[in-house]
Ligand binder design. Sequence first.
Ligand SMILES: [Zn+2]
Length: 259
Amino acid sequence: MTTDRLPLADRWFQAEQVADGLTAITEPHVHEFLRANIWHLRGSRRDLVVDAGLGVLSLRHGAPQLFEHDPALVVTHAHLDHMGGAHEFDTCYAHPAEALHAPAPGTLRGERLTGVLGLEGAYAAELPELMVDAAPGPEFTPDSYELRPPKRWLPLEDGDVVDLGDRRLTALHLPGHSPGSVALFEPDEGVLFSGDVVYDLREGEELLDTINGAHVPDYIDSLTRLADLPVTVVYPGHGRPFGSTRLLELIHAYVDSRT
Ligand SMILES: [Zn+2]
């Protein structure tokens, strides 16, 4: 086991309000590739949390506001950067095609992660030795990290509605990145929480469709389905929100490159 000397982070989670009642929580000391968004949507009756981060530091400890208002957690898929903190929630939903109870092993080492996810090409070459650049606490060592399954989780199927009182979101089963990837769509507002189905790619980046569990024909069908929805804003699993024009650009670029 290697002893890695990491500086201690002042604060592990960073919260930013991005819209009325909606906050993005991120982990700035996690490498970009694994730095996923935790979305916190306030509802009149209960809150929704979309994805649960990497699970390096306890969310109850570092982001206790998530737990104040009977949160329903939706895990968009069973990758470590989205389900790491799921075990801290009492109510956790995910699509049954995702193995939340037996996820691939978690690791913060780039080389091991490449193997675990089945990464290829540029991504595999670019991952650093360590996926964090600071420690969340004095006791932390990179090799003490493990991915824990949720205590209990409930199936979320295509068409199921998550009711927050004043806001209602519909689950969409959109396989391709993983077999049970789900997005949440709020038809009244045109709001889409997309997980890793689609996010704003930078120059040279591609959607991950060759990793373990990915499937190109399903991915094409899922994105084609999204193209027909009246989306106004996308809150993705990684990076910044974006609008419908960019969504369609990303969808068409992908579908054109794979057909
Ligand atoms: Zn993913």
